[in-house]
Design a protein around this ligand. Structure first.
Ligand SMILES: N[C@@H](CCC(=O)N[C@@H](CS)C(=O)NCC(=O)O)C(=O)O
Length: 189
């Protein structure tokens, strides 16, 4: 959604409110994406594009290419690797939340500890990389990281990820103020 705003494609999208939960496959989503995951993009001709990063690449292509995913090395590989790191963090946070929501006896303490350990390490790495974020042109890596940090605020507000990470906190405030991020901010339902 942030990419669609950044590339001025938002008016071409029709949004369908869909509930996606790992333990409750949604037949409406599954008609298009058997993994029952959002986001799922259905084109006018019925073709389906899945996964945030693939959808972002499709939008980037529609908008002429090279707008959110650099075409030249080394910027391209910096962007794709950092996008993968950010998406990995978000995937981990979703798994962590699913584990945390299980009844007490079913939760794996080892998994919960590993999720926390890896999330903290990824955030520390992102703090170290914050100066680079500011010099690289805004794109797929920034969107991924911004979304992962905003998700932390949404679902892990007690984690206090900003403590000890002033550069990342400052960068996220700038990200959150972008019109594309402000227009798509998730709010508690
Ligand atoms: N890497 C995927 C992750 C998508 C994803 O895990 N979406 C969650 C959002 S809550 C979902 O649909 N989960 C439902 C499920 O796994 O059944 C992407 O970025 O599109």
């Amino acid at each position: 959604m942030i990419a669609a705003h950044e590339l001025d494609l938002i008016d071409r999208l029709e949004l369908l409110r869909s509930v996606a939960a790992m333990s409750a496959p949604n037949p409406t989503i599954m008609a298009h994406n058997p993994l029952s995951k959002i986001p799922t993009l259905v084109l006018d001709d019925g073709a389906v594009i899945i996964d945030s990063r693939v959808i972002l690449e499709y939008f980037d292509d529609l908008a002429g290419g090279g707008r959110l995913i650099p075409t030249q090395r080394p910027a391209r590989w910096w962007a794709l690797t950092n996008a993968a790191l950010a998406d990995g963090l978000l995937d981990l946070l979703i798994l962590w939340r699913n584990e945390r929501e299980k009844p007490r006896g079913e939760r794996s303490l080892a998994w919960l500890e590993a999720f926390a350990f890896k999330a903290e390490a990824t955030l520390d790495r992102s703090e170290e990389g914050a100066p680079t974020l500011e010099v690289q042109p805004f794109g797929v890596a920034h969107i991924g990281l911004g979304c992962a940090l905003s998700y932390l605020d949404f679902r892990f507000d007690t984690l206090d990820w900003r403590a000890r990470r002033p550069a990342l906190a400052k960068w996220h405030a700038i990200f959150a103020a972008r019109p594309s991020a402000a227009a798509t901010k998730v709010v508690n339902d």
